[in-house]
Design a protein around this ligand. Structure first.
Ligand code: NAP
Length: 268
């Protein structure tokens, strides 16, 4: 049994690979696999029975649906897709991937996690946390951040246990947390001063585009944060409990179990 892990060095993928141990084959550009280069797909898929599917670039078009078809032709019998809230709606960038997974002819499970808690420690917000000022257009909005450890545990279960076939799991943490509270909890754990700064949505889009994020992706991510500002996206879901039979980890647990960078350390 070999499971191919797309994004296998990323926030959820590396945790899924750790859970599966010797059965995992990590795929990422640093391992000679590129979703943008179909010539690299056959070697990655050789002998694979299950695939954890991740699309790291939401502006990349239909390459993931094409990869799904190739994975099933190559013999994959289980597909687990890392999707996102509202990807069931036509027009969402991951909608076609969800449809491809459902109709691909293999067993499937779709994970729709809310914002990852690890965005604060390994993702796009980590630099702000390190520098002492996290600027986002989320106002006083709250999000039920989900721990990537929980997402990976659900993914590993779905990749190895038939009970999860045909299920869509909406994954959240146990409580919606505001950004000012989240940064305050991290500040307390690190003993450093960290401010949350509310920024205007337009300024946030401009800043992302300046840093090289494609404009449609910058607009999409900003829209999701503005939804939080407007009070949407804070609903709790029971996916972790349904999939694993236990409640999700709390944001406080995530903060306590994370080794936070010191001011002089580089953050990815
Ligand atoms: N972050 C969140 O809060 C959140 C919430 C809900 C849903 N999601 C969804 O989760 C997915 C993953 O997002 P993420 O930000 O958490 O990314 P991530 O998994 O942390 O990181 C990206 C991973 O993909 C690999 N990668 C990047 N470009 C690649 C390419 N062209 N071909 C093959 N591998 C490539 C990277 O490794 P290399 O650099 O070595 O290639 C890395 O392993 C997205 O579809 C997003 O919509 C994220």
């Amino acid at each position: 049994m070999t499971t191919l892990i797309l994004g296998g060095t990323g926030k959820t993928g590396r945790r899924v690979a750790r859970q599966l141990g010797a059965d995992a084959r990590v795929a990422s550009r640093t391992r000679g696999f590129d979703l943008a280069d179909p010539a690299t797909w056959p070697a990655a898929l050789a002998g694979v029975t299950a695939v954890y599917l991740v699309e790291p670039n939401l502006g990349a078009g239909d390459r993931l649906p094409r990869f799904v078809a190739e994975a099933v032709s190559a013999g994959a019998r289980r597909l687990v897709l890392l999707s996102a809230p509202r990807a069931g709606e036509a027009g969402h960038p991951l909608h076609a991937a969800e449809e491809a997974v459902r109709g691909g002819g293999a067993g499937w499970t779709i994970l729709r996690p809310n914002w990852f808690a690890q965005n604060f420690s390994e993702g796009p917000w980590a630099v702000g946390i390190r520098d002492g000022a996290l600027a986002l257009p989320a106002g006083e909005g709250r999000a039920p951040f989900v721990d990537a450890e929980d997402i990976a545990e659900v993914a590993a279960a779905a990749l190895t246990d038939d009970r999860h076939h045909g299920r869509v799991y909406e994954l959240t943490g146990p409580r919606a947390v505001g950004f000012a509270e989240a940064t305050a909890l991290i500040a307390r754990a690190t003993g450093r001063k960290i401010d949350y700064v509310d920024v205007a949505p337009d300024a946030f889009v401009e800043r992302q585009v300046r840093y090289g994020v494609p404009e449609p992706v910058a607009n999409l991510l900003t829209g999701l944060l503005v939804d939080l500002r407007d009070g949407r996206g804070a609903d709790l879901a029971d996916g972790v409990q349904r999939a694993l039979g236990r409640p999700p980890r709390s944001f406080e647990d995530f903060v306590a179990s994370t080794s936070w960078p010191r001011g002089d350390e580089t953050v990815a």
